[in-house]
Design a protein around this ligand. Structure first.
Ligand SMILES: C[S@@+](CC[C@H](N)C(=O)[O-])C[C@H]1O[C@@H](n2cnc3c(N)ncnc32)[C@H](O)[C@@H]1O
Length: 281
């Protein structure tokens, strides 16, 4: 049963962090002219209507993407991301729509690049399919993410990114992600992998890191942004990304942008942000 609906959370602080890093990942891939392929395993609907009842319920975007507009001295990486959000809103700063990862990725593809999307929720898949109807560079599949990793890797381009962004509503999702990453990496060791995870408690996040490190995969960057202090009670205090084979100069870019994001998104100045190696080369 898939009960998670991303529209309730679209544009929140965790989406901001994930999507700022995603834009920079794509910029780094586009430094070379040779084609790349992006596989977005948990695509969602692609674009979110922030005026919908679900998004309005908790207005999480107000403490996320909207907050950025009130913070001065925005770094280039934040402006780059905001430009993508503005382009979903007729270049206006009254945001009624928020781009999900598929729209953000699509906007940064060159004509030689390709995007493969998988989404398991039937209604979401239908919406996604409609959004990219007639787009020859985008393939939309009603497919389980972990099956998709087997079916679509390695891509013929031999260069690219896999975004793994599960809802973690299943208890075994962390173990599934670690096992699937190991399998995917064995098929395509040179691919870049970005895995999103929530920080629901520090010990749970640590267990996840241990499971990922135990795969034996090298070169894994860990980037986190928390707006609340660490706790071992189950509470959503922040989120992170594990990035396998991060392209240059991603680490420096995250290190440069994350303190600014934290300062803007954590009004009570709790939590923190940073980037380090979970596993070095
Ligand atoms: C966190 S949301 C994705 C958000 C999106 N990546 C973004 O950044 O805009 C997770 C999505 O994964 C879908 N999903 C859950 N389990 C899945 C599975 N096993 N395979 C594919 N999609 C799945 C959910 O329906 C949901 O739309």
């Amino acid at each position: 049963m898939l009960s998670y609906r991303h529209i309730y959370h679209a544009g929140n602080f965790a989406d901001v962090f994930k999507h700022v890093v995603l834009v920079q990942l794509l910029r780094a891939l586009a430094r070379k002219d040779t084609p790349f392929c992006v596989l977005d395993t948990h695509a969602g609907v692609g674009r979110y209507d922030l005026s919908a009842d679900e998004a309005q319920k908790n207005r999480e975007f107000a403490n996320g993407v909207l907050r950025l507009l009130d913070c001065a001295d925005r770094p280039e990486a934040v402006e780059d991301y905001l430009a993508r959000v503005r382009s979903e809103n007729a270049e206006s700063e009254t945001f009624t729509h928020y781009p999900g990862s598929p729209r953000l990725i699509r906007a940064l593809l060159r004509p030689q690049d390709r995007l493969v999307l998988s989404e398991l929720h039937k209604t979401d898949h239908a919406q996604l399919k409609q959004l990219f109807a007639g787009d020859a560079q985008v393939a939309v599949h009603l497919q389980d993410a972990y099956q998709g990793l087997k079916a679509f890797l390695p891509p013929k381009e031999k260069r690219g990114l896999v975004l793994i962004d599960p809802p973690y509503e299943r208890k075994d999702e962390y173990e599934r992600v670690a096992a699937s990453l190991q399998m995917a990496h064995a098929r395509w060791p040179t691919g870049v992998y970005a895995i999103w995870y929530p920080i629901m408690s520090r010990s749970l996040a640590q267990r996840f890191h241990t499971a990922i490190a135990a795969t034996g995969i090298r070169k894994i960057l860990r980037a986190e942004l928390c707006i609340e202090d660490d706790t071992d009670r189950t509470r959503f205090t922040g989120s992170g990304l594990l990035i396998v084979n991060p392209p240059w100069p991603l680490q420096d870019e995250i290190a440069a942008v994350s303190p600014w994001l934290w300062n803007c998104l954590a009004p009570d100045k709790r939590g923190g942000a940073g980037v380090d190696w979970l596993v070095r080369e």
